[in-house]
Design a protein around this ligand. Structure first.
Ligand code: TEU
Ligand code: CA
Length: 578
């Protein structure tokens, strides 16, 4: 039995992540923009979306695609104006949708005025907004390696000092120990919340607590450096900073916050997502981290179904003791879920719907990443020059240094690159997938004539229309309660190919059962069936387009007595007797 939940306005919401640069370009410069987003609010509404997370749209030199902010109070020209942003807020509100923005406050851009002032006066007030430290005999102060490769330390020109950066050298880390810096950040956060933002997705936030002695760690690579997450792992006290942030900002506005948290310490989940937690929720990255290569992308093993199933189940079982996590199959930092978590034979509309179903009906807040709802897949990458992503370029050279051939290094990047998620949204079969009338900033996936929104709008059995039914089911008056608050209980875990779980409360028991195998499979049902509420292989009588999506009554699944037979890539959502 789960402990009683203190209900919050966001518990039963469906969120959608927009990567603005790749969503829709309204003015033909090849870059997605706010005008494009506004024009698709009705589309998102028709999908059942309540909360929209915008990846960064602040002024930025775009060294790391906007995660390097040079002015927290300005909209990047590439994306539009503050007036357009205000219009977006108003138009979303009209549709009863909430906007959250990305909050990137572990670091800023080296072009931010604070950093520019710090460089001009390396012993002055603004240097203390960052970590400026003396080198050791002409070497950096410590041996940490940044997330994007190379030392975490970069020389401060004209001095014997270095500044600290955990990401690119153009992303200097902010000194959270400095109360002045913190109050500048809080002022900025409140300024946005005053405008009517519903909250934030909080970027890379676990990294804000440093070990101020900046010790060396055991080297773990041929470069003689040690990965900087080791410092994050070794240091305590991030919770105090996060509570200070929350107290001074989010909690005054009943905001919805979702933290991007890797490297949490053992036993700290309650502190992060419990009733008094630092955030409303955090992302569940357990499936994404499951196959992290120790040395880099090049030695990541292919996803093993059993391990994946166990990982998802373990995480759900643990999380529900404390609160809610945000569930994803992909985001802008990950390859496409269909290409990653499904075996090749399952990368079909049926398999895509199956993966979507088991993900969206988990306990937690579903976060759908743009294009997921039409089953977008990884692109085919022919050369390293086709990539834009800074992380991909670093991983390519890591693979080469490890002795891989060009082809093998490229293959590793093609499978894992963040650019797989960043290729333009596929709206139609028109040139450039209808994303732009100009030249897209990143190449369009060549499969767009087969996978795009406009084709799927007119096909009742499309992935898109299935997602609509799936979300409608989750939010329906009849099942909303059980899918929001019902307990998660895995079942059939000893089978080779079935991923199944119950969502159950006092009055309802839902079985979600999917066959990830290449052959049909049978399971013996534990409870009598009341009815099948959703399936990915039944005909859709409700019709396509934006017709009111419906889930009920007409679904079928293959029963004989007490067994359920599932074809390869079939999923069924069944209401059982309680
Ligand atoms: O990501 C934080 C982070 O830890 C990533 O570096 C992640 O490990 C990597 O992308 C996996 O490939 C956030 C943002 O989501 C990411 O886009 C930014 O590049 C990063 O912070 C820096 O702001
Ligand atoms: Ca544009």
């Amino acid at each position: 039995m789960l402990k009683p939940v203190n209900r919050k306005w966001w518990h039963d919401k469906i969120a959608y992540q927009i990567y603005p640069k790749s969503f829709l370009d309204a003015n033909g410069d090849g870059i997605g923009d706010l005008e494009g987003i506004i024009s698709k609010l009705d589309y998102l509404k028709s999908l059942g979306i309540d909360i929209i997370w915008l990846s960064p749209i602040y002024k930025s030199p775009f060294v790391d695609q906007g995660y390097d902010i040079s002015d927290y109070y300005a909209i990047a020209e590439e994306f539009g104006t503050m007036e357009e942003f205000d219009l977006l807020l108003a138009e979303a509100e009209k549709r009863d949708m909430h906007i959250i923005m990305d909050l990137v406050i572990n670091h800023c851009s080296d072009k931010h005025e604070w950093f520019q002032k710090a460089l001009m006066d390396p012993y002055g007030e603004y240097a203390d907004y960052f970590y400026f430290r003396k080198g050791r005999d002409g070497n950096p102060p410590s041996n940490l390696r940044s997330y994007f490769g190379g030392s975490c330390w970069e020389p401060v020109p004209g001095t014997d000092m270095y500044y600290f950066h955990m990401f690119a050298k153009e992303q200097p880390d902010l000194n959270w120990e400095n109360p002045k810096l913190r109050s500048e950040l809080y002022k900025m956060v409140n300024w946005w919340l005053e405008k009517g933002l519903a909250g934030f997705r909080v970027d890379a936030i676990i990294n804000i607590k440093k070990d101020l002695s900046f010790p060396d760690f055991e080297p773990d690579g041929p470069d003689g450096l040690a990965h900087c997450w080791k410092m994050v792992d070794s240091v305590d006290g991030v919770g105090d900073l996060l509570q200070d942030l929350k107290r001074n900002t989010f909690s005054k506005y009943d905001s919805f916050t979702v933290g991007e948290v890797f490297n949490m310490h053992e036993g700290e989940l309650e502190n992060f997502i419990g009733d008094e937690g630092h955030f409303s929720t955090i992302f569940d990255f357990s499936a994404q981290c499951m196959d992290e290569g120790i040395n880099g992308w090049y030695d990541i093993p292919p996803v093993d179904f059993r391990l994946w199933r166990q990982t998802v189940a373990n995480s759900q079982l643990e999380v529900q003791k404390h609160g809610f996590e945000a569930n994803i199959i992909e985001n802008h930092d990950e390859p496409r879920g269909v290409s990653r978590f499904l075996p090749e034979y399952a990368r079909t509309p049926d398999g895509t719907k199956m993966l979507g179903t088991v993900s969206v009906l988990l306990r937690g807040i579903p976060f759908i990443y743009q294009g997921q709802e039409i089953g977008m897949q990884n692109a085919v990458w022919n050369s390293i020059d086709e990539f834009d992503d800074i992380n991909t370029k670093d991983q390519y050279s890591i693979a080469l240094q490890a002795g891989l051939s060009d082809e093998a290094a490229l293959a590793a990047c093609a499978a894992m690159s963040r650019d797989n998620a960043r290729t333009p949204m596929q709206w139609s079969s028109d040139p450039n997938a209808g994303f732009t009338s100009g030249t897209p900033w990143l190449k369009v996936n060549s499969n767009y004539p087969a996978i795009n929104v406009s084709l799927q709008e007119t096909d009742p059995s499309s992935v898109l229309n299935y997602y609509r039914r799936l979300i409608t089911l989750r939010k329906s008056p009849e099942f909303r309660e059980v899918f929001t608050y019902g307990e998660f209980a895995p079942v059939y875990m000893d089978t080779d190919s079935i991923m199944a779980y119950y969502r159950v409360n006092d009055s309802q028991r839902m079985l979600i059962a999917a066959n990830f195998g290449s052959e049909a499979a049978e399971i013996k049902l534990e409870y009598p069936v009341k009815r099948v509420v959703l399936g990915n292989m039944s005909n859709d009588p409700a019709g396509g387009a934006c017709a009111e999506a419906s889930y009920a009554g007409t679904e079928s699944a293959d029963f004989s007595g007490e067994t359920l037979k599932l074809s390869s890539c079939e999923v069924a959502v069944i209401e059982c007797e309680i």
